[in-house]
Design a protein around this ligand. Structure first.
Ligand code: CAO
Length: 451
């Protein structure tokens, strides 16, 4: 039987576009308008369909080839379109006239800003090309860039998968159909949340952790129980903590600062200023000292984005506040430009708002580093969880009077335990030890904060 050569149709202004995916194999029964391959330019990808039904004899392109309008892409043996129905597919008209590449819109979850899409659509109107933007713009820092071809997007939409949660393993980290499949498989086994996501820099979305399902126990069999739904804030913070715990390789460095002099200074200042009504808290002193340390070690005031570190030129310090509804982290903005009194007043006010459930979202955003102080409660040390997308958090425990060797005798000194958890992808153990040692120096002799 005679064969037909299929050529790349009008693809508008796109020249020398790369073939990134072959969607069919020789021997496949092809429906009219069925996509044969995906091509990609710098800005968009598109699928090239077949103009006719038939059996694919040969593909004339391979992944990596560059094609233009008119390039030979496949050889097909025409058959009655209804024959394709025999393989369980819906057949339509046997052939269609010059075909346009298949339009596929990106999923809502990664919606692009209006302007770039409009310009691409305008192009489509003149050339009958309907390319799909490869990546959304960066108008919203929380929008995750998903890099996938239209067929993969379609596949993901059919399965209800949010592509921003799938890690691509294809060329240039493109998400392949296999990645989507692996993600769904992990979801089913309960491992997806742990292996995929915007800031995961390494790993295989399909690998999974092979975890056992969560134990299902009928607790009432063993004694009386009460079911208490988690408050909304706790549910939100739990999901964030879980993600951060699982996705960030945490290490905690412990150290102790001798705050004997600082505490005496703080108490004296508070006595002096008792009438002013502003209490200088240990937390305020620690925040100022942390800003100094963050300026000295900028990689602690950063976020990991793909293979780059975003070093922030501002110092917004979050602090964990324990509230009846769960943990909240209000943020003191521009702590570098604020004095101790201002920080103490602002942190007291933010903690009050947190406890009253009145913090606005803006008051919890933009943090570059966090502090979790349990000093007022107790404990000798703990491992705080990094508050993504930050890369480090300082845990502060309760001061205790300890005997300290001064070279001649043991003397009582007030020691403050510091527990610095950090993202080991960004920060090495030595850097963390230096950061903590620097903090210890600052808190041991607070005059150094001015240096
Ligand atoms: N060691 C010993 N005592 C300390 C201390 C420390 N490191 N830090 C504070 N204190 C004492 C203060 O001296 C004060 O004592 P007095 O009432 O006798 O003056 C008391 O504890 C309260 O201190 P404060 O008013 O300075 O408040 P704070 O800084 O301890 O706490 C806040 C403020 C918002 C951090 C706190 O209320 C809070 O919510 N802490 C919990 C944070 C948390 O939950 N972290 C865990 C997160 S991960 O699950």
């Amino acid at each position: 039987m005679a064969t037909i050569e299929l050529k790349v149709p009008d693809i508008g202004d796109f020249k020398d576009v790369e073939v990134i995916e072959l969607l069919v194999r020789p021997g496949d029964l092809i429906k009219p308008e069925q996509s044969l391959l995906t091509v990609e330019s710098d800005k968009a990808s598109m699928e090239i369909p077949s103009s006719t039904a038939g059996r694919l004899v040969e593909l004339k392109v391979k992944v990596g080839d560059k094609v233009n309008q008119g390039s030979l892409m496949a050889v097909i043996e025409p058959i009655d379109a209804t024959a394709t129905g025999s393989v369980g597919e819906t057949a339509s008209a046997p052939a269609v006239q010059p075909q346009a590449p298949v339009p596929t819109s990106p999923p809502a979850a990664i919606a692009s800003p209006a302007a770039p899409v409009q310009s691409l659509e305008a192009n489509a109107a003149t050339s009958r090309v309907a390319p799909v933007p490869m990546e959304p713009g960066d108008g919203d820092q929380h929008v995750v860039k998903a890099h996938a071809s239209p067929s993969v997007r379609k596949f993901a939409r059919e399965l209800g998968v949010d592509l921003s949660r799938v890690r691509g393993t294809g060329p240039k980290l493109r998400i392949t159909q296999e990645d989507v499949r692996g993600y769904v498989k992990d979801l089913v086994t309960g491992a997806a949340g742990s292996v995929a996501g915007p800031s995961a820099a390494a790993g295989d979305a399909g690998a999974g952790l092979g975890l056992l399902p969560w134990p299902k126990v009928d607790f009432a069999k063993f004694g009386p129980i009460e079911l208490k739904p988690l408050p909304r804030i706790r549910r939100i913070s739990a999901a964030n903590l879980h993600r951060n715990w699982v996705m960030i390789p945490h290490v905690t460095n412990h150290d102790e600062a001798d705050v004997t002099d600082l505490e005496a200074f703080r108490v004296a200042l508070n006595e002096e200023r008792a009438k002013a009504g502003v209490k200088l808290t240990m937390l305020a002193f620690i925040i100022k000292a942390c800003v100094n340390a963050l300026q000295r070690f900028p990689e602690f005031n950063a976020s990991l984005e793909g293979d780059s570190l975003v070093l922030k030129q501002y110092w917004h310090i979050g602090f964990a506040a324990d509230t009846p509804n769960g943990l909240m982290v209000p943020v003191i903005r521009d702590a570098d430009r604020k004095g101790l009194s201002e920080i103490a007043t602002e942190s007291a006010e933010l903690a009050r708002l947190a406890r009253d459930g009145k913090l606005s979202p803006a008051q919890m955003q933009g943090g570059t580093f966090s502090i979790s102080s349990l000093g007022g409660i107790g404990g000798t040390g703990f491992t705080p969880i990094v508050n993504a997308p930050e890369v480090a958090i300082l845990g502060v425990s309760r001061t205790a009077m300890r005997p300290s060797w001064n070279g001649a005798a043991f003397v009582p000194r007030l020691m403050l335990p510091l527990s610095l958890s950090y993202d080991h992808r960004v920060i090495d153990g030595a850097a963390a030890a230096r950061f903590n040692a620097h903090l210890v120096q600052l808190l041991g002799d607070y005059r150094r904060v001015m240096l």
